[in-house]
Ligand binder design. Structure first.
Ligand SMILES: Nc1ncnc2c1ncn2[C@@H]1O[C@H](COP(=O)(O)OP(=O)(O)OP(=O)(O)O)[C@@H](O)[C@H]1O
Ligand SMILES: [Mg+2]
Length: 453
């Protein structure tokens, strides 16, 4: 377990009047009339927060304060705004819900679960006329993340959908492992980032969530049922709008989450028995879990009463096996599938160049000779299209396909140029697609981007 994930679920106080508040504004402030009673709870003080127009209802915020990024469907009013050099998401809600969600997200962050990062709760908002405005929850915008409806521009293909559902199932398993009951699992309450041809899912809406020391199987099943019903509804909605491949059956597809979740849960937690002579199976189980992207931090091995059998049960599993190895070897921070992909290339590079070279040194050479040159080759204007690790993954794929097609070993520099010209340049800028538009929507007619590969 990492240091952060040692936090206990009950560490975080849930009384709503805790330390960490920004000082109240003094009456000498130029904004004092409108901000006088503003109450900000934040983990780290970011004075620029005070520059935002909290005295105006979110729906009426001026375009100059807003960031045009794709946003999913929501009951509450949610807007993206610029804060210094970054972007925040602001949601107008009740004080109780805002505080509950803020604390829940903080706990989840500490437990190392993929979710959006909470920034502040702001209450006591009033208009200059003295009319009360709803409190807000502020989170930081998750870079390169997209709501599921922005992952395709024309129709959602079945295999893209399957990958989305697999990512959602993995997120749910990770949440359940740490004792989090979500209560409102849905594609809309999840954000997706591209992850080496698959997706990595992040929790975005923790409003209904609760943390327990452990979940019962009844609680897990209930959450899973909510997921199935919500996903079915979301897919039916897409089908009605002609936004999904016709051959996709919404109900049958929503069942996929059950299989995907149960398979993973069993693999991660199941007690396994085998003969004493088959001790090698302990190592095999652990390798299988590593392959799935988990490290086994703790397990229990018991011998059965008759002494001829052993039982193995993983106790604490921690996601991020490949990301951690990549980080340790190179300092690069990537998502799990990206890391797996990059590590494969790094291992192949070592085998091709100098198999006896120290692993860390070889990794360092790989960063200098493969990773960095690819990232540096991306022109500035294309830099916002994809995360660097995703670009490197795509270039490596592109090179592989090119070499196959042309039956020769295509040099890296040539593959990079061909990728930039033939692929990246034609990709739509995902960050610019507006779903729920605050500004005039851009056209989203590039079908190339409609699917992950
Ligand atoms: N930090 C963030 N980064 C990126 N997108 C975000 C962030 N916070 C919110 N969003 C976007 O805003 C949408 C709505 O947020 P959220 O689900 O929290 O609102 P809600 O009104 O509580 O939703 P619901 O209708 O499920 O109750 C999300 O689907 C997501 O697209
Ligand atoms: Mg929501």
């Amino acid at each position: 377990m990492t240091e952060t994930s040692n936090a206990q679920w009950h560490d975080e106080p849930t009384d709503y009047d805790q330390a960490g508040k920004l000082p109240r504004l003094r009456s000498s402030s130029s904004n004092a009339e409108t901000l006088g009673s503003l109450n900000i709870t934040a983990a780290a003080t970011d004075p620029e927060l005070l520059d935002l127009p909290w005295h105006i209802a979110l729906e009426q915020w001026p375009a100059s304060a807003l960031a045009a990024l794709p946003r999913g469907i929501s009951r509450h009013i949610v807007r993206f705004a610029h804060l210094g050099g970054s972007v925040i998401a602001v949601k107008e809600t009740s004080e109780h819900l805002a505080r509950h969600e803020y604390h829940m997200l903080r706990k989840l962050q500490r437990l190392d679960v993929p979710c959006v990062k909470p920034v502040a709760v702001i209450s006591g908002r009033t208009t200059p006329e003295g009319e009360e405005l709803d409190p807000v929850l502020v989170t930081s915008h998750l870079k390169f993340s997209l709501p599921y409806r922005a992952l395709f521009s024309q129709t959602l293909r079945r295999d893209t959908l399957t990958r989305l559902i697999d990512a959602q199932a993995l997120l749910l398993v990770r949440l359940h492992l740490i004792g989090f009951y979500w209560g409102d699992v849905s594609l809309s309450n999840t954000l997706f980032r591209r992850d080496a041809g698959s997706f990595a899912a992040y929790l975005v809406d923790a409003e209904t969530g609760e943390l327990y020391p452990e979940l019962s199987s009844g609680q897990r099943e209930y959450d899973l049922e909510i997921a199935r019903v919500n996903i079915a509804g979301e897919l039916m909605d897409l089908a009605e709008g002609g936004l999904i491949e016709e051959k996709v059956d919404p109900l049958a597809t929503s069942e996929l989450i059950m299989d995907s979740y149960r398979r993973l849960w069993t693999e991660l937690t199941e007690k396994e028995s085998f003969e004493l002579g088959e001790r090698w199976r302990v190592g095999a189980r652990i390798r299988r879990l590593n392959e799935l992207g988990f490290d086994v931090e703790e397990y229990v091995i018991k011998t059965a009463e008759n002494g001829t059998q052993i039982q193995l049960q993983p106790k604490v599993v921690d996601a991020g096996h490949h990301s951690r190895r990549l980080l340790r070897l190179t300092g690069l921070d990537a998502q799990e599938n990206q890391a797996r992909r990059l590590l494969n290339d790094m291992d192949a590079y070592r085998a091709d160049n100098n198999p006896t070279l120290d692993e860390e040194f070889s990794a360092h050479l790989w960063v200098n000779e493969v990773f960095e040159p690819i990232v540096r080759a991306v022109p500035r204007e294309l830099g916002g299209k994809l995360e660097p690790a995703e670009v490197v993954h795509e270039v490596l794929e592109h090179r592989w396909y090119m070499s196959e097609r042309e039956d020769r070993n295509v040099p890296l520099a040539e593959a990079v140029q061909s990728y930039l010209d033939d692929e990246l340049r034609h990709r739509r800028d995902e960050a610019e697609i507006m779903l729920t538009s605050d500004a005039k929507p851009r056209s989203t007619d590039d079908s190339r981007a409609s699917t992950a590969r």
